[in-house]
Design a protein around this ligand. Structure first.
Ligand code: HEM
Length: 457
């Protein structure tokens, strides 16, 4: 029997494990939502689209947030080689997050809403999330002690945690009449906070990914190089200012739109960098492709490229006018949250949770097939949404006044391919996630820490 780890599961790992449960839950609701695209009114009485959409979207957003936090904790502790400042605070943070996320999903089931798009739950439930996040920041700062002389990923984790709290609070300013009573200001703040919040969790995820890449390549120089910091500042600049493309349709000051357009274009710099590094990435990929976590990093690289092309086109005000409110926006959101965020988080989950008391050997084939199935179907899923979006925008701008029902009929073939590709995508992702969850759960249940023979699987 090969020597396997018998360590008890740690709190950072539990964050990631909770995230994996959430994403499976979210995937199942995504499939129900895709069915409702084709059969409007399906399950209307108990599980209408108004409930299914937040159940799906909140589950997957919580997957991203809680796993990013778990990854950050795992790598901070690995990097500092020190004990965490307070193991009580991190446990309270986990309990607050898990119980609040469960309460939010239950509230959706019972049709109890009260929030805004993406955070539809009653605003009171935002309080434990804020409290958990404050504990996270305190524990993080006390653990790393100083921000000086650290590699770029520590800066990314630090800015990500602070900006997430700021933007999350900002997204709740609407509860005060002063902000709510002016529609344009209200919507500007709302969309600005969402745009920056995504930038904040990206800081956590990208920080973890750079740490992981360093670990795989064994090269510590990149995370301290000038180019790494240049990319970090470009990301930070975008986090603060590129949200403008969310508000092109609002009658707000033109200079805001122009600045945000220019800022969005700095992302070209990142694209340039990706293309420049392409060759070396490819040869690295060949060398390391046997490592599951490297595969997910390589997939994210391709998805970054495809999604940036779409995002940059959508940032052009003349094009944005057409794409706004169409499935192209959904393609952009899902393309980035699945192709980039989920792939990177799976890389982190594989690297972190593969240290389990049971071998992964029997699952290698399942994981590999799941990986390819997920990536190919994601491409078809994404393209279906883009085509549906183009057709809808043509309908929106058409002077011929084509009836709504006719437009819906026109989109149907693309909704079918969206449903089929989405179901295959969910299957592929579950094939990848299943061994991780099964191994961890069996290790937790194996409380005596006794090793399980490979043949017992
Ligand atoms: C990890 C995987 C997934 C992630 C991270 C994800 C993320 C998201 C996000 C962020 C949205 C909100 C889009 C917006 O408002 O612009 C969304 C909406 C949606 N997703 Fe997913 N998704 C995932 C998988 C799936 C799958 C597999 C399906 C279908 C089989 C699906 C079906 C839907 C549907 C129907 C909507 C509602 C779109 C609308 O309101 O018109 N998702 N998803």
């Amino acid at each position: 029997m090969e020597q396997l780890n018998t360590e008890k599961i740690t709190t950072p790992k539990l964050f990631i494990l909770s995230g994996l449960f959430l994403v499976v839950f979210g995937l199942l609701f995504g499939i129900v939502g895709a069915f409702q695209y084709i059969i409007p009114g399906l399950f209307k009485e108990y599980l209408s689209f108004e409930k299914v959409r937040p159940l799906h979207v909140s589950s997957v957003i919580f997957w991203i947030i809680i796993t990013a936090v778990g990854g950050t904790w795992t790598y901070i502790l690995e990097y500092t080689q020190k004990k965490i400042y307070s193991s009580i605070l991190i446990k309270i943070q986990l309990i607050l997050f898990v119980f609040t996320f469960i309460a939010i999903l239950i509230s959706y089931f019972f049709g109890v809403f009260g929030g805004r798009e993406y955070w539809e739950f009653p605003p009171l439930l935002a309080l434990p999330i804020v409290l958990g996040w404050v504990l996270f920041i305190i524990n993080f700062i006390k653990t790393i002690k100083t921000i000086k002389h650290h590699p770029v990923y520590v800066w990314m984790w630090f800015t990500g945690t602070v900006f997430f709290l700021f933007t999350f609070l900002e997204s709740y300013l609407w509860i005060f009449p002063y902000f709510r009573n002016n529609v344009v200001n209200d919507m500007t703040i709302q969309w600005k906070s969402y745009g920056s919040m995504v930038g904040s969790w990206n800081m956590l995820i990208y920080g973890c990914s750079i740490y992981l890449m360093d670990k795989i390549s064994g090269n510590k120089a990149y995370a301290r190089s000038n180019i790494a910091f240049a990319l970090y500042f470009t990301g930070l600049f975008n986090l603060m200012f590129n949200w403008g493309h969310h508000i092109y349709v609002l009658p707000t000051h033109n200079f805001i739109k122009h600045i945000s357009y220019l800022v969005s274009m700095t992302e070209l710099f990142i694209i340039g960098r990706i293309i420049y590094k392409w060759n070396s990435t490819l040869s690295e990929a060949k060398k390391n492709f046997y490592r599951s976590s490297y595969r997910f990093l390589a997939a994210a690289d391709v998805w970054i490229f495809l999604n940036l092309l779409l995002a940059i086109m959508m940032s052009i005000p003349a094009i944005n006018l057409y794409t706004h409110g169409t499935h192209i926006t959904v393609a952009h959101t899902m393309g980035t949250t699945i192709g980039i965020n989920t792939m990177l988080l799976l890389a982190i989950a594989y690297e972190t949770l593969s240290n389990s008391c049971i071998s992964f050997e029997p699952y290698k084939k399942l994981m590999k097939s799941g990986y390819w199935i997920a990536n190919f179907s994601l491409f078809i899923f994404w393209i279906s949404l883009i085509i549906a979006g183009i057709l809808k925008s043509k309908w929106q701008m058409s002077t011929e006044q084509i009836p709504f029902a006719e437009m819906k009929e026109m989109l149907k073939p693309y909704f079918y391919s969206f449903l089929i590709a989405g179901t295959v995508l969910a299957t592929g992702l579950i094939m990848v996630i299943y061994p991780l969850v099964k191994n961890q759960v069996l290790c937790i249940l194996n409380t005596e820490g006794k090793q399980i023979e490979k043949t017992e699987l």
